[in-house]
Structures are given as structure tokens and as C-alpha cells.
Design a protein around this ligand. Structure first.
Ligand SMILES: Nc1ncnc2c1ncn2[C@@H]1O[C@H](COP(=O)(O)OP(=O)(O)O)[C@@H](O)[C@H]1O
Ligand SMILES: O=P(O)(O)O[C@H]1O[C@H](CO)[C@@H](O[C@H]2O[C@H](CO)[C@@H](O)[C@H](O)[C@H]2O)[C@H](O)[C@H]1O
Length: 468
């Protein structure tokens, strides 16, 4: 059974020094170079591969640019003999016990097999064939996902292992929601196959926000989300022969080809998602208009601080939010996707599948997965058509974007459960949520991809000035 021990008893301090230099360069590392990283807890496993030493470090991150100022990153490591420069090789470090080759365990077959075994997905026999042909999904991801064609799964195409890079105690929305949707028999998500969770004693969870803890024991649970446990990795069915929704949309935009039929179908699937979530998840609380609009105002303030060019727009944004506040009717919140955009949708031979229910990575972890208005997901997708038109370079950018968004909205409205709002109110709410998403994107792009910040900045202007 795996054990958790304080990091001081884990790998040699030289490994901590190596990671402090390596982590800030990772795409998934939140916050960038101003963030301090301190190894905190080490999770150790019975090593099924025998040849390699696998350890998962939970690294405390502290820095003003992090949502909530603090986070915990997961860094699985495979430690081998100095001559072993296998997949995910980072460097050789000199430890008290001799030289050790350090690998990113999320990119190494021994790391994958160890996690699969610990989550009960190897049938008790950690066979190398399960991870043969495995490869890390390329691109800009918040986590590290690994395609594993050798893992048996109902669809026959294998599985995908998502190694979460920022972790937090408590139910994880990307475990709880796909698990509930799979149990409900809905095929708009890849089937949920299991999760690796480490049970964090309450004192560890509490001290996480305070000083370094000195906890020594824990135990693993297999795919049973519960309070106090921390999800480390998620296993789902691999969707074969599927296109990433954002790349597909950009390709259409580049060719000046209509995306309307695909967008309409996507709208229908998002409507179905909202309807199934209403049944499969506990109902959310009634909307508190005061708290809802206050949260939107806080995001405006964050965006203006990050992009001062927005400051002259702040009074108009305030007017729009005042109008929203006056109009919001009594509504009940529900579980939604929370960070829906084209990159969270795969299009394959059997249509659209929706992915990644983790919520917005720039939101404090405790807020992600909270019940919300379904129109937030609709707004996210509307924003994404703008990105596709811009990044794909549509010859008629406004026309392509508007056609896709209209088709998506028509598809959504035709199948969505009743929203509890009359159409003019729903329009105001959608407009406010599109603005909120664009402001979130200004912050995201300013931090992650400054060259793209102009895309959401122009959208803020458009929402505020409807004539453009
Ligand atoms: N079930 C799946 N089948 C095939 N590809 C997938 C599947 N899940 C994710 N992917 C691929 O992995 C990428 C990253 O997955 P995602 O869950 O969005 O991770 P992240 O949280 O790191 O953004 C997706 O954009 C998609 O290309
Ligand atoms: O996919 P993640 O959960 O990591 O979401 C974050 O990164 C997204 C980019 O990868 C970002 O999405 C923004 O860029 C997309 C194009 O790359 C675009 O389609 C989206 O509409 C836009 O919001 C997302 O906001 C962020 O949370």
C-alpha cells in the first residue's frame, strides 16, 4: 500500500533544487516565474516495474499570481540509475546515496503503470503491455494526459490517463461529474473508468493553507471520491479518430468554410449535458443575485489590474452589471461544465464528446465545480468561436464568428431545459457572461499567451459597444 511521508524524508534535497529550476518552465506550471515551489509531501508506491523508483511529490506553490495565492502541484518522478535517460528525462542529480537520473513520471511508462496499478486498473497484474505504445498528448494543457491504447476499455480503443498537475483535497469535479454522467448512461462524455485518490487526513487538509505539515500516513482509495481525499489522476475511455474541436473550427475558419452544422450539433449536445446534469447531480442552491454580481465585479477588478488598458471601459462594465443585477429573476443553480470552449470538445465518428470538467484553471480551486448558471457554458462556447475565427484567420472574421455562434445558440435553445428566464433577460445574462469570460481570458492570455490578449480585449469592446 502506498504511503505518504513528509517530503524531507522523500527524495534527496538535490531533487527539490532541480525541480525549483525545472517547474517554472512547464506549460502546466501555474503562475510563472514569481512562484516559489517547496516539496511538501511524498507519496510512495509498491513499484510494479521493479526497475524504477516511482515517487509522487506534492509541491507547495506560493505566489501572488496564483489563484488564492497558494496551490499544490503534483510532480510524479521516476528515479533511475544515472545512465538511464528514458522518456521524460530531466537531469542527473548527485544525492547522498549517489547519482540519480530524474524523470517526469507523467511522461514515463513506469510512472503510468504505477498509477494504473494503484488505482486498481491493472487487474492486480502490472503488465508492461498495458503501457506499451503510450504517449503524452502534445499541446498546451493544464495537466498531462497520456494516450494508452493497451489499457482495456469498453470501446476497445484504449484509455487516456490524465495526471492532474494542481491538486486539492475534496471531491474533484473532473472525477465527480464524468462519473455521474457515465453512470447516467449519457454518451456525450468519454466513459469514466476510474481515479487515483490519496486520502489526506483532515489535519493535512487544514494545514495546507498554513504552515508545513508533519503528517506521516495515509491510504489509497480506488475511484471513490469522498471528502478528505485528493484526486491525483483520472482514467477515461479513449475516443478514437476524433478531432479537437478548436483545431477543427480553426481549419474551417481558415478555409472560410461554414461551421454552422457542427456548431448547431454542439449546441444540442451542450443542452443535453445541462439536462442530464440536472438529473444526475444534486440540485444547486437558489441564485443569490447580490453574491453573483459581486463575483462578476471582482473579476472585472482583477482584469483591470492585469490589463490597465481596460480601465476606461470600467464604468460601462459597471452599468451592464447594474442592469444585470436589477433583472436577475429567482433561479436555481446547477452543476455545469464551468470552462467550456471548443478545445474541450472532441468530434469523432459518433459526434461530439465533452471533456475536462475541472473548471477554469485561474479560479481558486474551492470555487471550481460550484453550481452555476448553464448560460456560463453557453457564453464560453460563444467566445470560442471568436478565437477560432481569429486564430484560423477566417477571411470574413465577423461573419464566420456570428454564423457559428447563431447556429450554436439555435441548437442549444432547441434542446435546452427551461432556463426560468424570459428571452430578453436571458440575452442580458448571456451578454454579461460573455463579457465575464472575455475578461477572464484577458487575464489568462496576459499571463500565458500575451500575443493573443488582443482577441479577448477586442471582444470586451464589442460586447460594450454593440455597433461594432
Ligand atoms: N477521452 C479522450 N479521448 C481522446 N483524446 C482525449 C480524451 N480526453 C482528452 N483527450 C485529449 O487530451 C487533451 C487534453 O485533455 P483535457 O482533459 O482537456 O486536459 P487539460 O485539463 O490538461 O486541458 C484534449 O484536448 C484532447 O485532445
Ligand atoms: O483548457 P484549459 O482548461 O486549460 O482552459 C484554459 O486554457 C484555454 C486555452 O488552452 C483557454 O481557452 C481560451 O483559448 C482557447 C483557444 O486556445 C479558446 O478556444 C477559448 O475560447 C479561450 O477561452 C481557457 O480560457 C483557459 O481556462
Amino acid at each position: 500500500m502506498p504511503a505518504v511521508r513528509p517530503a524531507a524524508q522523500g527524495p534527496d534535497p538535490s531533487v527539490g533544487d532541480l525541480l525549483a529550476a525545472w517547474l517554472p518552465g512547464r506549460r502546466w506550471f501555474p503562475g510563472g516565474h514569481g512562484v516559489r515551489a517547496e516539496p511538501w509531501l511524498a507519496v510512495t508506491f509498491d513499484d510494479p516495474a521493479a526497475a524504477a523508483d516511482v515517487v509522487v511529490l506534492l509541491v507547495r506553490l506560493v505566489g501572488g499570481s496564483l489563484p488564492g495565492g497558494r496551490m499544490v502541484a503534483q510532480v510524479p518522478l521516476v528515479l533511475g540509475p544515472p545512465g538511464d535517460h528514458g522518456p521524460g528525462f530531466i537531469a542527473v542529480v548527485r544525492t547522498a546515496a549517489g547519482d540519480v537520473a530524474v524523470h517526469d513520471g507523467a511522461a514515463h511508462p513506469a510512472g503510468w503503470l504505477t498509477m494504473l496499478h494503484a488505482m486498481g486498473a491493472t487487474g492486480g497484474r502490472p503488465d508492461d503491455a498495458l503501457v506499451a505504445g503510450g504517449r503524452v498528448v502534445a499541446g498546451e494543457q493544464s495537466n498531462t494526459s497520456v494516450l494508452l491504447p493497451g489499457v482495456p476499455a469498453p470501446g476497445g480503443a484504449g484509455a487516456i490517463l490524465k495526471v492532474l498537475r494542481t491538486v486539492a483535497p475534496g471531491p474533484h469535479p473532473d472525477v465527480v461529474v464524468p462519473q455521474a454522467l457515465t453512470r447516467a448512461g449519457w454518451d456525450g462524455v468519454p466513459r469514466f473508468l476510474g481515479a487515483l485518490e490519496v486520502e489526506t487526513p483532515p489535519s493535512v487538509a487544514l494545514r495546507q493553507a498554513q504552515e508545513p505539515p508533519v503528517e506521516t500516513t495515509t491510504r489509497f482509495r480506488q475511484a471513490q471520491p469522498a471528502g478528505g481525499s485528493t484526486a491525483l489522476a483520472i482514467l477515461s475511455e479513449l475516443v478514437p479518430d476524433a478531432d479537437d474541436g478548436f483545431e477543427l473550427a480553426c481549419d474551417h475558419a481558415r478555409r472560410g468554410e461554414s461551421f454552422a452544422h457542427l456548431a448547431a450539433d454542439l449546441g444540442r449536445v451542450v443542452a443535453e449535458l445541462h439536462a442530464v446534469l440536472r438529473q444526475a447531480m444534486p440540485p444547486g442552491p437558489p441564485l443569490d443575485p447580490e453574491a453573483f454580481v459581486a463575483a462578476l465585479r471582482r473579476r472585472v477588478a482583477t482584469a483591470v489590474a492585469e490589463a490597465p488598458s481596460l480601465a476606461p471601459r470600467a464604468p460601462q462594465v459597471a452599468d451592464l452589471l447594474d442592469d444585470l443585477h436589477r433583472r436577475l429573476p429567482p433561479l436555481r443553480l446547477q452543476t455545469i461544465h464551468g470552462d467550456l470552449h471548443l478545445g474541450q470538445a472532441l468530434h469523432g465518428p459518433s459526434g461530439w464528446r465533452l471533456l475536462d470538467f475541472e473548471g477554469e484553471p485561474q479560479r481558486p480551486v474551492a470555487e471550481r465545480g460550484a453550481p452555476d448558471l448553464p448560460l456560463r457554458d453557453v457564453a464560453g462556447m460563444v467566445r470560442s468561436f471568436d478565437y477560432a475565427a481569429a486564430v484560423g484567420g477566417a477571411p470574413d472574421r465577423p461573419g464566420w464568428r456570428a454564423e457559428a455562434a447563431h447556429a450554436f445558440l439555435a441548437g442549444y435553445r432547441a434542446s435546452a431545459p427551461p432556463s426560468g428566464m424570459d428571452p430578453p433577460t436571458a440575452d442580458v445574462v448571456l451578454r454579461a457572461l460573455v463579457l465575464d469570460k472575455a475578461l477572464y481570458e484577458v487575464v489568462y492570455e496576459t499571463r500565458q499567451r500575451p500575443d493573443w490578449a488582443h482577441i479577448p480585449l477586442a471582444a470586451v469592446d464589442r460586447v460594450l459597444d454593440r455597433t461594432r
